[in-house]
Design a protein around this ligand. Structure first.
Ligand code: 3HC
Length: 304
């Protein structure tokens, strides 16, 4: 009896409603997976136009899932999509969007001042129990959390692109994060059907700390003229079993995102040779070649 009581009470405490701030690539993916796993989701961005595009990209991704899961059951597939989309509402006012939420997941531009301003405002608008998280990949969670009076209810939830496909979720705690908050975030990750790993607030957490230096080393190799970027990709796919080579992956993640991560680390850790800027990466970003999303990065994605 005691056990069933514990289960019921932890279920009652579980995160049910989620506010995702930012309807870009990551925010849309997070909203999609949260809604797919039965959570009520509010997605926030600056304009209804952007939010319309976010919903369209969710729909497109869901169609890919349906094509596989409901190959023999088109009616079931339609129901599946409309149930999930029905759990996602949109809002342009972030303060209004958090009035009734259990969890905030922020996935906006990687700018510390903008993030701090957002959280400071949400801190006043959200209920006491609401947990705040950031999906940042380049900024320390602790530097963002200081903008609030709820550092014990603050942490990181770091997802991977494409969110519907990647099974991992990094759950990040800062020294002030309470055990209760951390456990709730880990339980939420599992409810989202992700495998969670526990991370401290160190640069790059686990995955990016290893992945980004590897990708930048590949860029440096090409800068030195040691190999062509296509050969590096072929080599790492066929010789090391990676699903994408480092240049395909850089284009997929976004060269601007890579630069944000690297530049952020270079400021905080100027002596680490792995975190030094790359002239070639900077040049691509300056030219607006940001990877798949802009139509060109190392590869060209424009339809001929
Ligand atoms: N939504 C739904 N389904 C998707 C999808 C999406 N966005 N992307 C892929 N799929 C599914 C589809 O079922 C697709 O079949 P379809 O093309 O018939 O619809 C199926 O996956 C296979 O996809 P592809 O044929 O396009 O190619 P792959 O077999 O190579 O799989 C991949 C694609 C899963 C993206 C795989 O290439 C991969 O795992 N790549 C590495 C990704 C990675 O490392 N991500 C982490 C980046 S780091 C990061 O995000 C952190 C940040 O902070 C920088």
């Amino acid at each position: 009896a005691v056990r069933s009581f514990a289960t019921t009470s932890s279920r009652q405490n579980a995160i049910k409603t989620v506010t995702v701030i930012g309807g870009g690539l990551m925010g849309s993916g997070i909203a999609q997976v949260a809604a797919t796993t039965g959570h009520q989701v509010v997605m926030v961005d600056q304009t209804d136009d952007i939010l319309g595009k976010s919903k369209a990209s969710i729909q497109k991704s869901l169609q890919r899932v349906v094509k596989k899961k409901f190959a023999e059951d088109p009616k079931g597939g339609e129901q599946f999509v409309s149930d999930i989309l029905g759990r996602i509402t949109t809002q342009t006012d972030s303060n209004a969007a958090v009035a009734n939420t259990d969890l905030v997941i922020e996935a906006i531009v990687e700018n510390i001042d903008i993030k701090k301003k957002l959280f400071s405002s949400l801190d006043k608008a959200a209920p006491q129990h609401t947990i705040f998280t950031s999906n940042t990949s380049s900024l320390p969670i602790g530097d963002i959390a200081v903008s609030t009076q709820r550092q014990d209810r603050f942490g990181g939830l770091h997802f991977f692109n494409p969110v519907p496909m990647m099974k991992l979720l990094e759950v990040v705690r800062i020294p002030a994060t309470s055990d209760e908050t951390f456990n709730k975030l880990s339980d939420f990750g599992k409810a989202m059907k992700k495998t969670t790993v526990d991370c401290k607030d160190t640069p790059g957490f686990i995955v990016n700390r290893l992945l980004v230096p590897y990708m930048i080393e590949a860029v440096r190799m090409v800068e030195r003229g040691d190999a062509s970027f296509k050969d590096v990709d072929t080599a790492m796919k066929l010789g090391a079993g990676y699903p994408m080579g480092p240049f395909e992956l850089s284009d997929y993640v976004g060269l601007d995102t890579m630069k944000f991560i690297l530049d952020g680390w270079a400021v905080n850790y100027p002596d680490n040779p792995l975190f030094q800027p790359s002239a070639l990466l900077d040049k691509y970003v300056a030219e607006g070649k940001l990877g798949a999303k802009s139509g060109e990065g190392f590869y060209n994605y424009k339809k001929k």
